[in-house]
Design a protein. Structure first.
Length: 181
């Protein structure tokens, strides 16, 4: 892979990879690390990857790197214990505020509620929803990237939409709640 080709791929896919990692991990530094590692792996892949397979391959690698990072966090918490809440609050105050990746965005209340509702979904489902609705990735490409059948991804999206309706309390969600009670 030439430097020029790599830089074109980086410019084309960097934001998508970073956004996927950020939504999954909710930590800017971790998302930056995952993005860097994903593109390092793409560079190492060289010319073995056809150009039309780069986007699904990156989505798959990013997902796996996010899972690995989440596991490392969990292991660190188990071995190091839970942080002292007062100490954390002091550090946040000294740093000038929480490390909210959406703090700089001008989001209305509805958008913030949607972001919060997305956090109620399992990480993999959140990734699928972000890829499909956020990036416009076709379900077939998502299925390919996730190593799942197209039918399984469609079911996952359908169930996630139902869950989001319930969490957000939309009219459809309210009627579904009453119907199941």
């Amino acid at each position: 892979m030439t430097n020029e080709t790599f830089h074109e791929l980086l410019a084309t896919h960097r934001d998508r990879v970073f956004t996927q990692a950020l939504f999954s991990l909710r930590e800017r530094r971790d998302a930056e690390d995952v993005t860097q590692e994903a593109f390092l792996r793409l560079w190492r892949q060289g010319d073995h990857l056809p150009a039309d397979r780069v986007a699904p391959w990156l989505a798959h690698v990013t997902r796996n790197l996010c899972i690995d990072q989440t596991r490392r966090r969990s292991a660190a918490r188990r071995h190091l214990g839970v942080a002292d809440a007062d100490a954390v609050d002091g550090l946040v105050a000294a740093a000038g505020g929480p490390d909210d990746p959406f703090a700089g965005l001008d989001l209305d209340d509805r958008q913030r509620r949607l972001l919060d509702a997305l956090q109620t979904l399992p990480a993999e489902t959140r990734t699928v929803m972000l890829m499909h609705y956020g990036d416009g990735t076709k379900l077939a490409d998502i299925a390919d990237a996730m190593g799942k059948s197209l039918a399984a991804v469609k079911v996952q999206v359908h169930r996630a939409r139902q869950r989001l309706r319930l969490v957000l309390g939309t009219a459809d969600g309210v009627s579904e709640q009453r119907g199941s009670a």
